[in-house]
Design a protein around this ligand. Sequence first.
Ligand code: FAD
Ligand code: NAD
Length: 477
Amino acid sequence: MAADQNQFDVVVIGAGPGGYVAAIRAAQLGGRVAIVEKQYIGGTCLNVGCIPSKALLHIAQLYAQFDELGKLGIMVEGRPRFDMATAVAFKDKVVKQLTGGVAQLLKANGVAIFMGAADVRSPTQVHVKLNDGGERDLTTRKLILANGSVPIRPPFPGLDGRNVIFSDDAMNMPKVPESLVCIGGGIIAVELACMFHALGTQVTIVEMLPSMIANEDEEVSKALTRSFTKRGIQVHTDARVESIADADGKKRVMATTPNGQQTYDAEYVLVAVGRKANPAGLEGLTSAGLAMDRGRVAANERLETNLPGVYAIGDLVGKTWLAHVAMVEGELAAENALGHEATMDYNVVPRPIFTFPEIASVGLSEAQARAKGGNIRADKFPWVANGKALASNETEGFTKVIVGDYGEILGAAIFGPDATNLITEFSLAMRGELTADEVIATIHPHPTYSEALREAVLAAEGRAVHIYQRPAAGARQ
Ligand code: FAD
Ligand code: NAD
């Protein structure tokens, strides 16, 4: 191969949502671009994360909804039977279609794809050990690091035993577990707990903090706990897991709680205690002085590392651990690498959680807003007062809005139907610096879920129409 075929303007390491988007954007801007991926195009998100989990969650939710059909007049004889192998095959088909589509897009944009492990030797030199056995030395003007993350393996005994699974394994189960203990009550645990419970598993969540999804608004996290408990998912908080063992033919999870040692038994254990950046293959850069921050590659708001010409994005930087943030960081890093001036703004980052009902939030929680001071107004509008939600038999939860001194929207949280889509209205309002008055002045179609968002803003201002509110001191009428 001619030497110039190994020379690039931009080489991207990792083809997850951060890396593949960076490569496409760099190619759009006229760069000669290569991407190196050691395992799978689409990274964690498309292969073992966002997409497969949502395919399986969709199936689990449909399955669970069968119980409700009789009350809507749809009489089904007996219970449907769930077949895990068919569900996993559907999930695999979705993943194959999407990852195949991304590979096509990369090729159509003229991006050279090298399937193999990258060993970055300097800011301009990347050695690739190709998966098919060959080797390749690439030279580049600019480098975008998008190596992503891997699950944290907590430092307690029992992780390697039988029936101890991580989220990757949960996407390819041979059968529905009879029972499951989730270690951790974070985002992965609550999504997978919902999924397995809907499929018939007895689920127990063991979380060391006082609440599940502790970064979310307190009212949302409490509402999720209530919802889980009501449907039979056991939630134990303030319980720090310290070991996993085999006992009586099951797995036994041991935790320290304020009431002493507690044990939780189940057929399977899911370990979901967070993820950590994966700087594999970057040893050449770290010895050249690449600055790290608590195990992550340090990058500024232009996605620049401390090494000139080297950018870092996504979970490797670990600002949010979210695919949609990795994608935007990828676009901006590519633009900066090719001479543009682009800066990340992390103030308006939507946080979707795909439980049933869904959760989505953006901006500050009420507690965070109150801690900043000022005339904060916050209130909720319940789904039970929204016509479309009633008609759709989706009445659990609420929309909550937090409004600041000048009517600016400081944050919003939705627990309810289609929350992960609906949150974009508040993201756009916050990004465009719209006030509560401007959201209220926007006519929302009837009957829709979106009306509840406007009503929640009205509620924060003390003037909701479809629920009765006592006039509150401080509320603007
Ligand atoms: P990754 O997707 O991890 O991709 C990094 C890629 O780099 C990998 O393919 C890896 O093989 C490759 N790589 C690493 N080192 C090298 C090397 N030396 N040479 C070559 N290749 C290398 N986020 C959401 O926003 N929404 C969700 O619904 C959601 N659901 C999730 C569900 C689960 C179960 C999990 C685990 C995560 C979920 N996430 C979700 C998080 C999301 O997957 C990550 O934030 C996202 O994948 C990060 O993208 P990335 O490009 O930074 O890294
Ligand atoms: P997480 O940080 O959300 O939750 C981990 C939880 O484990 C925490 O609540 C922590 O207190 C708890 N924990 C840690 N050690 C423990 C112990 N010994 N005993 C009991 N509890 C313990 O991490 P995650 O759920 O693994 O998810 C990783 C990342 O993946 C998230 O940060 C998230 O951004 C991303 N993700 C996003 C989505 C989405 O956007 N819908 C879905 C899944 C994952």
